[in-house]
Design a protein around this ligand. Structure first.
Ligand code: BDP
Length: 328
């Protein structure tokens, strides 16, 4: 009996000691980012790490892995879901197939412009999208910008929907994007970001679609010189954290993490604005053949079936789509 008591005391002393050491030892998180050094998201995620350390008094540190070195985006999202990685800067495009509420931002032309997207995300629609992501274990701490995506290819300027007919176009992994290309008569090719340059160069695909900074930073402009300003998708990005990692934090550290992410988002948005201009200038100087689209409505009309199909399969998302459309 005495021995058992001694043993129990020993065990509880050990438990106290180990819980003390848990609070004393700094947590080190791993973070994923697909972009290269110097890209607005990369600079902002590094700032996030710096602020995190500062605001938690060194209790939490974040080691960022840039340039997609920890794997492709769909895999990284899965890793943040299951806790293999704590943090990621994700585009909502590849999150959409796992979180239906987050997928509404991938409906072509749902946002009129960047301002509309900001107002929607900062309001009730953003809360609903975050709640949808929380259901799959991902907490959105802050939103980053990603501009508007337009088509580019190695063959010809795209002026009207039928110009996409027969073109092989790379898309991110999401059926909505494949549906979008099919609706224009093109052949969609879902593929990891890291493979696009080589695929454009060797003719595995004819084109892709992205914003100015990514078109430039990846060198895609060197191998696909026709950029046509369709601006068919305005997809926000998040600083996302695994829900258990976040929920296990003290209230003080939860606030620190959120504040750090939001401050980094302010920086990202400011850097984004500048980079969108400088990237555009850089590719133009390099001889990119740019065109505006005379009748954007024709593209909107051609892509309407993507909305119709998605909303008839997900009728419960109609109110969220209307909420976004009606955000002034
Ligand atoms: C960029 C996004 C990045 C995506 C990439 C893509 O910032 O998250 O992985 O597009 O097209 O604009 O895959």
């Amino acid at each position: 009996m005495k021995n058992i008591k001694k043993l129990m005391l020993g065990v509880s002393a050990l438990a106290v000691a180990s819980s003390l050491s848990i609070t004393a030892i700094a947590e080190e998180w791993k973070g994923w980012n697909i972009h290269k050094p110097g890209y607005p998201n990369t600079v902002a995620m590094d700032k996030f790490a710096e602020l995190l350390k500062e605001k938690t008094g060194g209790e939490i540190t974040l080691k960022m892995f840039h340039s997609g070195v920890l794997g492709n985006q769909p895999d990284a999202i899965e890793q943040v879901r299951v806790g293999g990685l704590a943090i990621g800067n994700f585009n909502l495009g590849p999150i959409g197939p796992m979180a239906p509420e987050a997928n509404v931002v991938s409906l072509p032309f749902i946002f009129k412009d960047m301002g509309h997207m900001h107002r929607a995300l900062d309001g009730e629609a953003g809360d609903k999208i975050s709640a949808g992501m929380a259901k799959i274990g991902i907490i959105a701490l802050a939103w980053y910008d990603s501009g508007a995506r337009s088509f580019y290819n190695s063959k010809k300027p795209i002026m009207k929907p039928s110009d996409v007919e027969g073109l092989k176009v790379r898309v991110m992994n999401n059926d909505l994007y494949s549906g979008m290309i099919s609706a224009l008569g093109g052949n969609p090719s879902p593929m990891a970001f890291s493979e696009v340059f080589q695929s454009l160069k060797t003719g595995v695909v004819d084109g892709a679609e992205n914003n100015w900074p990514s078109y430039e930073s990846t060198g895609h402009f060197e191998v696909a010189k026709y950029y046509s300003l369709s601006q068919h998708l305005i997809i926000p990005e998040c600083v996302c954290i695994n829900d258990k990692v976040y929920n296990n934090l003290s209230d003080k550290n939860k606030k620190a993490v959120k504040d750090a992410a939001r401050e980094s988002a302010k920086l990202q948005r400011a850097l984004w604005e500048k980079r969108a201009i400088s990237s555009r200038e850089k590719v133009m100087k390099a001889g990119v053949k740019f065109n505006e689209i005379p009748n954007k409505q024709a593209f909107m009309d051609a892509m309407t079936p993507v909305h119709t199909k998605y909303l008839s399969a997900n009728p419960d998302l109609v109110p969220l789509v209307n909420l976004i459309k009606n955000t002034k």
